[in-house]
Design a binder for this molecule. Sequence first.
Ligand code: UGA
Length: 464
Amino acid sequence: MRISVIGCGYLGAVHAASMAKLGHDVIGIDTDAAKVQALALGEAPFYEPGLPELLRETVTTGRLVFTTEIAAAAEAQVHFVCVGTPQKRGEYAADLRFVDAAITGLLPYLRAGSLVAGKSTVPVGTAHRLAGLVTGAQAEAMLAWNPEFLREGYAVKDTLHPDRIVYGIPGGPGSAAGVRAEKILDEVYATPLAEHIPKVVTDYTTAELVKVAANSFLATKISFINAMAELCEATGADVTQLADAIGYDSRIGRKFLNAGLGFGGGCLPKDIRAFMARAGELGVDQALSFLREVDSINMRRRVRMVDLAREVCGGSIVGRRVAVLGAAFKPDSDDVRDSPALNVAAQMQLQGAHVVVTDPEAIANAQLAWPTLSFASSAEDAAAGADVVLLLTEWRQYRELDPVAFGRLVSGRRIIDGRNVLDPFTWRAAGWTYRALGRGTAVQQPGVEVHAALAAQGVSPTSP
Ligand code: UGA
């Protein structure tokens, strides 16, 4: 099929390359000339594992081209809208100006049988409004809403092998226009559908809600375990063991129960806020008032991290050298949008600490966002002479640091594990003060408490 992809950011660039990989002829369109130039050469303009290889492969076939000219969309039958919907300044609501501009820009190039497929995350009701614009411009054109569930860091895999495909089609399932739209989308996704990936065909509003409901659930799950972390901190319990134990219940599941510094990025935080704003407009704000608490729990983790660093530094961080490992909002990404790590680094800097941040991929983006912070190109350089080390983004290279060798670089062996990924015992054995979010002051060796309780009863823990 001939496909255009409007917006070539984290979502669109991967979608465009993946569609070409599936055998389609794809035109990627973006207003950013530098991005288009890089993509046209088969170079990824951001860090995403697997994307450079996929781009090189698909650009070489000639099936994938990029341009800044929206008129190039005229050649395509299916148009995927992949532009961003950031949070409006000073408001919770989503800013739809890029979606509106993309659709308006496309209108002159629609023809009979064209399908516009929205992938951007939008407030419920948007697709209905945009469908009016599409059919107003070309009565025989259609709009579908086809939300995207890819995770940064796994974007290529998630696009080529999604765990479900959702179509919101005009008139809902069974309508004549809906059937036509479904048929076109089935052709686009023929390869993943042949892998028996579940497909949900529904109306616009359900499709729009599926996306924000999924992200709200994920955010709630993370904040739930972080609320438990607060309880663990107050009682001396261990949130990682708690997560393991409740996660064995398959109704709960262990995924997305990693307690720590909480969620950030370009999706979860702004999506739950836009969802609350939309619920307010619909008169059902009470239904989502819990998301306000989800947001608050999440933001409290960042404050708690600064407080913990202060505590570990003996009551003040003024003039203290702080090494921050991680700037991206999560590992395997260079995205620093609403990054918890950078938020903590900036707070500490503003409170008088001398902060040095490092990240394997996100330093350039971090520098743009927080030019007043200091940056180092490696964990070792960042840690030189540090009074305290904060692990805030769990890149593999930080998880695998050798506490003995690393300990020789710092001036004080104090580490706070903001993501609960280090082994407390090896770090403590190497002379470090190890603290973590949600694990009290002393992380127990598994079973130690049990051993102590048994010893008090005069029973040897090793006795049969
Ligand atoms: C999220 C969703 O997971 C995707 O399904 C969705 O398509 C995407 O948003 C989107 O709307 O575009 P993403 O933002 O790439 O994907 O990142 P996640 O993997 O969801 O992580 C979000 C944040 O939660 C990160 O800051 C991560 O560190 C944090 N997190 C994740 C935790 O604190 N604990 C966990 O157990 C898991």
